[in-house]
Design a protein. Structure first.
Length: 459
């Protein structure tokens, strides 16, 4: 790294979220190119060459960038609808609208979703996109383009559905794919866009939508496809009591047993929500290394319930945080999920012992990296890892009287992001994105939301 340009960050508190939860009350970070070269207590070493910038981060906490493990970007343009519905009624209300989404809408909605997360400290995002209406353009390519322009590290979970209304599913028939078509399109997306390298900015996962919108054949074949291509698997699992009932009625077993029967448990798999898990389900996830994307705000918005996150963590299940789609979490932000995960889980059986501030921060950083299969590269501040770093301003009215910076970040109001670096490149400064025009993105999302509403009204 001797020839790499260096950025030196000094005088900040640091929560590394490494295996030992190492923290520094006042320390430094040296970013060299796209890697973290060094960090520690006190001032940075003297005599560093090629230093192009020094940041005095007094009053700030440095953490790994936040990692979002479950989202549906397209929902940015259907926010604020069906606000008093449970999951199934919400899906029934919104699927006919979502089925009208086209490429310009997908691109614009992705830009809105990504911009909101990035300005709030997300450095690695994912999108589970599974609505591919016929003849609507290159939706996957549009989403990937939006992520590249925003400058975040990105995983596209290329979703699919092949169980439409005529087969007992929820989505309209014209919004689902055939079994062979879904598999072929997914394989093509992996081959065109997946980057397996250490510092990859774009990766692809194979991601049929859910047990009630996907055939058993698609689930089974998708697992085989992902393992043949060497990519990860993602879906929704055990989100509601209705899903549990559905699986028992249709398959004669609960969701976890059904997933295991189709090859969908393993270290290369993560599932969203996992709210209704019994002891046996949690043990199966722990035994197989299957990960969970915990989405506390969305689970509350849709009255799905409280996931047993403390029990999952105690069993060794990998758990990260997810925004979920912004039609069920209108804020679209991940840093608020740190607080909500802690507070909502304290309403469960473990009460005040459910989660603490550092566990919540770990869920949103290292836990997310582990769930996405990228814990060797990101999710903690360690020498040699990718330079995905966030500086949170904690010396203002909102936080200045909270002595512990991690407590301030998790328990306090949403903290301003002074700087966010992805792959060593700064993408946020003083709470504003440097990569895209936020006001232009806002106008475009408003226009596309109106266009979608007009199309849906014509059905």
């Amino acid at each position: 790294m001797a020839a790499a340009q260096r950025i030196v960050i000094e005088n900040c508190s640091i929560a590394t979220v490494d295996a030992d939860d190492t923290e520094y009350a006042s320390g430094y970070l040296v970013l060299a190119g796209n890697r973290i070269e060094a960090l520690g207590a006190g001032p940075a070493p003297e005599g560093l060459e090629n230093v192009v910038r020094r940041i005095d981060a007094t009053g700030h906490l440095a953490t790994p960038g936040l990692i979002n493990t479950h989202h549906h970007f397209y929902q940015w343009i259907t926010r604020g609808l069906a606000t008093d519905h449970n999951l199934f009624d919400w899906l029934v209300a919104l699927y006919p609208i979502w089925a009208r989404i086209d490429e310009p809408m997908a691109y614009t909605a992705a830009r809105g979703s990504l911009a909101m997360m990035a300005r709030g400290g997300v450095t690695t995002a994912m999108d589970h996109h599974y609505v591919y209406p016929r003849g609507t353009g290159d939706l996957s390519g549009a989403i990937i383009r939006a992520a590249r322009e925003t400058g975040v590290r990105f995983t596209l979970a290329r979703g699919s559905m092949d169980r439409g209304e005529s087969d007992g599913g929820l989505p309209p028939d014209f919004a689902v794919e055939s079994l062979d078509g879904a598999l072929a399109a997914t394989e093509a997306t992996v081959k065109e866009h997946h980057d397996p390298s250490f510092d990859a900015m774009t990766q692809i996962a194979v991601a049929p939508c859910s047990p009630f919108s996907v055939s058993t054949e698609l689930l089974r074949n998708a697992a085989e496809l992902a393992r043949r291509l060497g990519v990860r698997l993602h879906t929704h699992g055990s989100e509601t009591v209705e899903e549990e009932k559905f699986c028992h009625e249709l398959f004669g077993m609960g969701p976890t047993d059904y997933f295991e029967s189709t090859g969908w448990l393993g270290e290369d798999v993560w599932m969203a929500h996992c709210v209704h898990m019994n002891d046996s389900d949690i043990a199966a996830f722990a035994r197989t290394g299957t990960g969970v994307a915990h989405c506390p705000s969305s689970n509350a918005r849709l009255a799905a319930g409280i996931a047993r996150v403390p029990d999952m963590l105690a069993a060794g299940v990998p758990v990260g945080l997810g925004v979920d789609g912004t039609a069920s979490n209108e804020s679209g932000e991940l840093h608020t999920e740190l607080r909500n995960a802690l507070l909502i889980n304290r309403l469960g059986a473990h009460k005040e012992s459910a989660l603490n501030a550092r566990q919540a921060l770990r869920l949103g950083t290292h836990g997310g990296a582990r769930v996405l299969g990228r814990a060797a590269e990101t999710g903690s501040l360690e020498a040699g890892k990718l330079a995905d770093v966030v500086l949170w301003k904690l010396d203002t009215l909102a936080h200045a009287s909270i002595a512990d910076p991690v407590t301030a970040l998790v328990f306090g109001a949403a903290a301003p992001v002074t700087a966010s670096f992805v792959n060593g490149r700064q993408i946020v400064e003083d709470g504003r994105l440097l990569t895209v025009d936020e006001d232009a993105v806002a106008r475009a999302t408003r226009d596309e939301a109106r266009r979608l509403a007009q199309l849906a009204a014509q059905r």
